[in-house]
Design a protein around this ligand. Structure first.
Ligand code: FMN
Length: 329
């Protein structure tokens, strides 16, 4: 098959091969800005509902928040979900083309019932004709490159058909989470499925799923032949994963980090969070990150319990101080 020239993502992936996965409620603007400082250079926003934009839902617009920093030496795409091709095209033209986002990512992987029952997210993998039209409409309305994030299939692995359908619609890059919708987040990731996707695709292909340390990410990128990797939950627990991955693929000595370094990074995250979060409950919003950061800290059960009651800025610093005490023992 002749390779389609795909300069935007090809050029991007020549320099940076690791993308922070879109995670609703997690990959907010402050989190992306933090991860940018930690060495990640390619981001995708939380998923944004096309219908929410179309019907001007006031809860939807804040999810589109971005700022100039995340487009400086780094790029950020906006992820949209929806299954009505015309609406997807219309909101692209009306609300997305004029934003600072560098590219658009279409969500065809979300397994959540409330999304799938509306025919959105991974439900599109059951109707490849529709999936094709969704990509086609977004692509023709968009002034930006368009990527698509999929799973291997809905109930079964049909990745080759999926790749063909969305490439035919005009996708410029494809990310494959190596599970079916039925698997949700359990069961082994099928890296052979991702390998098959890479062999089928003409556009850059990104491997995703359980790449929770830099070595595994590098190994699976090599094994599947993928052009890059997308890392989600691994980054929540290990904020150094991107810088280590980048060192590893450029043949440099990979830096090692201690729990102490992780807690210092968590403090930095909290400062960035306080500076950029517009959430009225920004401290409560930070609780989930704290739970992830204390993983690996000995005897942290009591700290874990007190995170549930964290409401004020000072309480977060108290948690950090208690962790310091444990680390100094
Ligand atoms: C809390 C959470 C929220 C997620 N939200 C999204 C989302 O908004 N859009 C999307 O395409 N995938 C979403 N995902 C899936 C991730 O992008 C990724 O495909 C999945 O977690 C597998 O990668 P990982 O093993 O590196 O985490 C979410 C995953 C988690 C855990």
């Amino acid at each position: 098959m002749t390779k389609i020239k795909n300069n935007y993502f090809e050029d991007l992936l020549k320099i940076n091969k690791a993308i922070l996965a879109p995670m609703a409620g997690v990959t907010t603007l402050p989190y992306r800005l933090f991860m940018r400082e930690m060495g990640c250079k390619i981001f995708i926003s939380e998923m944004v509902s096309a219908k929410g934009l179309y019907y001007k839902s006031k809860n939807t617009f804040p999810l589109m928040e971005t700022n100039e920093l995340e487009h400086k030496d780094s790029v950020t795409g906006i992820q949209i979900f929806g299954s009505e091709p015309e609406i997807m095209g219309e909101i692209t033209e009306r609300y997305i083309n004029d934003t600072a986002f560098d590219f658009i990512d279409i969500n065809m992987g979300c397994p959540m019932k409330k999304i799938v029952n509306n025919g959105d997210g991974s439900a599109l993998l059951k109707d490849l004709d529709k999936a094709n039209k969704v990509v086609r409409e977004v692509k023709s309305a968009s002034s930006k490159p368009v990527s698509v994030k999929v799973r291997l299939g809905f109930n079964e692995n049909i990745i080759e058909d999926i790749i063909k359908a969305i490439e035919d619609g005009g996708a410029d890059m494809i990310t494959v989470h190596g599970r079916t919708r039925e698997q949700v987040f359990t069961g082994e990731v099928d890296y052979d499925g991702i390998k098959k996707a890479k062999e089928t695709a003409s556009v850059p292909l990104i491997a995703n799923g359980d790449l929770d340390n830099y070595l595994k990410a590098k190994e699976k990128m090599d094994y599947t032949g993928a052009d890059g990797v997308m890392i989600g939950r691994g980054a929540n627990y290990d904020p150094f994963i991107f810088s280590q991955f980048n060192e590893c693929i450029s043949g440099k000595k990979v830096s090692e980090y201690s729990l102490r370094d992780k807690i210092d990074a968590a403090r930095k995250h909290f400062e960035i969070h306080l500076k950029y979060s517009k959430d009225k409950k920004k401290v409560i919003e930070f609780r989930k990150y704290l739970y992830w950061y204390i993983k690996g800290i000995k005897n942290s059960a009591k700290i874990r319990n007190s995170i549930n009651n964290v409401n004020e800025i000072d309480q977060v610093y108290e948690i950090f101080n208690r962790i310091d005490d444990i680390l100094e023992l």
